[in-house]
Each structure stands twice: as C-alpha cells, then as structure tokens.
Design a protein around this ligand. Structure first.
Ligand code: C5P
Length: 253
C-alpha cells in the first residue's frame, strides 16, 4: 500500500496530496484548540461532525454559485478539495458583537450590529493572528484591491447564506471566519472559499435560549462540545443517526 504525502498539519486538520494534480485530501482531526493552542483537548467525533458540516455548507454555497474548494466527501473524516494558494488572511464577519470585538470595543456580547462588519486578521500563529487593516494588506502585498473587492463580496454572500440556513433551524449566526485561496486558470486567477466552515469557526447561538452551540463551549468550559456540534448537525439533518466516529486516517489509494 502506498504511503501518501502529508502536505501540512494544522491544529484541527491534516492536508494530504490528492489523487489528481490540483487536489488535496483534507482530514479532520478530533483535536480542539483555543487561545492559539494554549488550551487543547481531543474531542472524540468532532472531526467526523466538522467533515459533514463543512461538506453541507460548502455544497450549499456551491449550489447558489459561491465558489469554494469542496469537491466531494471521501469518508467519515476526509474530503477531497481543490488545491489553492491560501491568502494569508482570516476573514471574520460579525452580525452581533461577541468575542474579541466585545472585548476590544466594550460592546456587550449579543448586541446586534448596525450592519455586518467584516474584519481581517493576518494569518500567523506566532503573532496570534493580529487584526490588520486594508492598508496593511495592500502595503504588504497580501492581497490586491481586486482581491479585496472579491473577498468582501464572497464574505457577505457566505454571511447571507449561512444566516438564512441557520435561522431556518432556530440558530443565530453571531459571527464566523472564512479563508480564501487562489486558483489559477491559464492567465487568470480567481478567489474561492477554502479551509472549512464548521462550528469551530462560527459562533452559533440558539435563537430561543441563547445556548452556545459552537467552539465557545470548549473555550469557556460551558459543557460538552460534541453534544453542541451534534445538535447543530441534527437540526440541519446532516448526520446519519447511526454514524460511528472513525478514529484513524485511512488511505484512499
Ligand atoms: O475570537 P473572535 O471573536 O475574533 O472570533 C470571531 C469568529 O471567528 C468566531 O466565530 C471564531 O470562532 C472565529 N475564529 C476562527 N479562527 C480564528 C479566530 C477566530 O475560526 N483563528
């Protein structure tokens, strides 16, 4: 059996070389980290849930014409995605104040914002992903003005889509983070959504009770993270009832 090539291992995912040029296998780990990996745990089954949930969101986005890297799910923990050149930004969209915005600006968590607010952080773990402005992004050449126009439009489309999908199952989309990557087609390049969209990268609150159904459950010790993610998956009709988490990566070739 051929050993496949690991391209990258991050905090929550491993990327392997895909079966075709321009493809990557994205493996979802059970590892949970917070505060730039100062807090760590293994939450059995989290990777399975995030694999399914990211598939669900990316597929839906594709169906409404929002380009993204998802090709197909391979198994419980892995999906085949397009290889992209990641733009070194974390793009955060906020509908309600929470987290670092509440802290930074002294706005009570849960306050509805007058309009969606988009923030950019420079992707660098050693620096703790600092907040940056479009001035930094342009001056340091991380993205062009055209890229920034495209990123804003992608981020707001994702926000409208996710807000609607969540509202339909009684969940408020407080905020989320996405990443984008470049794909090249001859002389042309375009930006598509990459990485993952899951409760690891969103804030999701039950509309009725305000109960948190996202990674804040882990960050703030609010209960069982797997139960929270399972509830999101259950409401969206995503997880097959008898699915068992798989514990080891498998080879696809
Ligand atoms: O921590 P903060 O309030 O800035 O996070 C805003 C949103 O972005 C949250 O949904 C959080 O889960 C997500 N985020 C992320 N990865 C990071 C930073 C934030 O997914 N490195």
């Amino acid at each position: 059996m051929a050993r496949r090539k690991k391209i990258y291992e991050g905090k929550a995912k491993i990327l392997y070389e895909g079966p075709e040029p321009g493809t990557i296998v994205q493996y979802f780990k059970d590892d949970a980290t917070a505060f730039n990996a100062e807090k760590k745990a293994v939450i059995e089954g989290k990777g399975v849930l995030n694999n399914r949930l990211s598939e669900f969101f990316m597929t839906g986005l594709g169906q409404i014409g929002v380009p993204n890297h998802f090709i197909k799910r391979l198994n419980m923990r892995e999906q085949l995605v397009r290889q992209v050149e990641i733009v070194p930004l974390e793009i955060i969209v906020r509908n309600y104040a929470a987290g670092t915005m509440s802290k930074r600006l002294g706005i009570e968590e849960g306050t509805q914002l007058p309009r969606p607010i988009v923030e950019y952080c420079y992707k660098d773990d050693a620096l703790g992903d600092p907040l940056v402005t479009e001035e930094h992004i342009a001056a340091f050449g991380w993205a062009s003005q055209q890229d920034m126009d495209d990123i804003l439009s992608l981020a707001l489309r994702v926000n409208d889509f996710l807000s609607g999908v969540m509202m339909a199952v009684g969940i408020r989309l407080v905020d989320f983070k996405i990443e984008v990557g470049r794909i090249f087609d001859g002389d042309f390049q375009r930006l598509i959504i990459a990485d993952e969209i899951s409760p690891d990268s969103c804030r999701l609150w039950d509309i009725e009770t305000g109960q948190k159904l996202d990674k804040d459950v882990f960050r703030r010790d609010l209960g069982d993270l797997k139960d929270a993610y399972t509830e999101v998956a259950r409401r969206l009709g995503v997880m097959p009832k008898n699915a068992q988490p798989m514990t080891k990566p498998t080879l696809i070739n």
